[in-house]
Ligand binder design. Structure first.
Ligand SMILES: NCc1[nH]cc(CCC(=O)O)c1CC(=O)O
Length: 306
C-alpha cells in the first residue's frame, strides 16, 4: 500500500480551498505518496450568530483539527495563520508557512469604490475588532455593526442592503474566485493587516518527523521571516481572545520593517509604532516592538477589553 498523508480540514469553502491548495502542492512534490483530505466539522462553523470573541476566540476553529492530529487520524492541518493563536497546544508544531495571496484588507461595496467615497455616517459591517478600530480611526463618522458568517454570507448581507460597505481579507475573496468583489485594497496605512493575514500554515504533531520531512519543501522563506516577526508581537500581546491588534512585516531578505498597532475598537485611541532591523532578528524585533506598544498605552487598551 502506498504511504498516505491525511490533511484535516474544516468544510467551509475557504478552508477547503486552502487544504486543496496544500494537497496539490504536496501531491506534485511527492508523487509516490497519496495525499487525501479529511473533512471535519468544527464548533466555530456551527455557531454563527454570535461574535467570535464571545464564543471562545481564535483557537475555536483549530481545536477539532488538532484533536484529529493528536489522535493520529490526520497527519497535517492547514490553517489561515490569522486564525492561529500565539501559542500552540503542547505537542503541536507549525513548521511550514506559505503565502498564496494578498495580505491586505479589501473594501467591498456595491455603490462605492473606496472608504473615502462613503457618505457621512455610512453603515459598515465587520466583526473584527481590528477592522473596527482601523475604520473608526480613519473615519470616526462611520457606524459599524457586527457581521459574522463565512465570506459568502457576509457578501449576501451586503447585497441585501444591510450595510453600505464591508471589509474582508483580499486573500479570502481571491481564494473563493470572488476577487471581482474587491473595489479597492486598503493600504497598510489605512488598515494594517492582521498578524499572518493571507498566510497559510501547516500544523503537525511535534514528534512527527516523517510528515515534517515530507512538507518541508513547501515552506516559503520570505513568508516565514514575516511570520516570525508578526507572531512575536502576538506572543507578547495576545490573551486568549480575538483582539484589535495588527502587525505587518515586509523585508528585502536583509532588512525587515515591522509595523504594528493596537487600537480601541471605537477608534478613539490608536497606538502605532514600527521597527526596522536585520531579518535574522525577526522575532526579537517583534518582541521589542510589542514592548514599546505596551509602554505607549496598548496595555491599557488590552486590559479594558479583557
Ligand atoms: N476571519 C476569518 C478569515 N480567516 C482567514 C480569512 C481569509 C484569509 C486570510 O486572511 O488569510 C478570513 C476571512 C476574512 O477575514 O475576510
Amino acid at each position: 500500500m502506498p504511504k498516505t498523508l491525511r490533511i484535516a480540514t474544516r468544510q467551509s469553502e475557504l478552508a477547503l480551498w486552502q487544504a486543496k491548495h496544500v494537497q496539490v502542492r504536496l501531491q506534485t512534490a511527492l508523487p509516490e505518496i497519496e495525499v487525501v483530505l479529511l473533512p471535519i466539522r468544527t464548533e466555530g462553523d456551527r455557531i454563527i450568530d454570535r461574535p467570535l470573541s464571545e464564543i471562545g476566540g481564535k483557537g475555536l476553529f483549530l481545536k477539532e483539527l488538532e484533536a484529529a492530529l493528536a489522535a493520529g487520524e490526520a497527519d497535517l492541518a492547514v490553517h489561515s495563520m490569522k486564525d492561529v493563536p500565539a501559542e500552540l497546544p503542547p505537542g503541536m508544531a507549525l513548521p511550514v508557512v506559505l503565502s498564496p495571496g494578498s495580505p491586505l484588507d479589501a473594501f467591498v461595496a456595491n455603490d462605492y469604490d473606496t472608504v473615502e467615497q462613503l457618505p457621512d455616517g455610512a453603515h459598515m459591517g465587520t466583526s473584527s475588532l481590528r477592522r473596527a478600530a482601523m475604520l473608526k480611526n480613519l473615519r470616526p463618522d462611520l457606524r459599524i455593526s457586527s457581521l459574522r458568517g463565512n465570506v459568502q454570507t457576509r457578501l449576501a448581507k451586503l447585497d441585501a442592503g444591510e450595510f453600505d460597505a464591508i471589509l474582508l481579507a483580499c486573500a479570502g475573496l481571491e481564494r473563493l474566485g470572488l476577487a471581482a468583489r474587491i473595489k479597492s485594497e486598503l493600504s497598510p496605512e489605512q488598515s494594517l493587516p492582521a498578524i499572518g493575514q493571507g498566510v497559510l500554515g501547516i500544523e503537525i504533531r511535534a514528534d512527527d518527523d516523517e510528515t515534517a520531512a515530507h512538507i518541508a519543501a513547501l515552506d516559503d522563506e520570505y513568508t516565514h521571516i514575516r511570520i516570525d516577526a508578526e507572531r512575536a508581537v502576538n506572543a507578547r500581546l495576545e490573551g486568549s481572545c480575538h483582539l484589535p491588534i495588527a502587525a505587518y512585516a515586509v523585508h528585502d531578505g536583509q532588512t525587515l520593517r515591522l509595523r504594528a498597532c493596537v487600537g480601541k475598537p471605537d477608534g478613539t485611541v490608536m497606538v502605532r509604532d514600527e521597527i526596522s532591523g536585520p531579518t535574522g532578528e525577526a522575532a526579537s524585533l517583534g518582541h521589542r516592538l510589542a514592548e514599546r506598544l505596551l509602554a505607549a498605552g496598548a496595555d491599557k487598551i488590552l486590559a479594558d477589553l479583557a
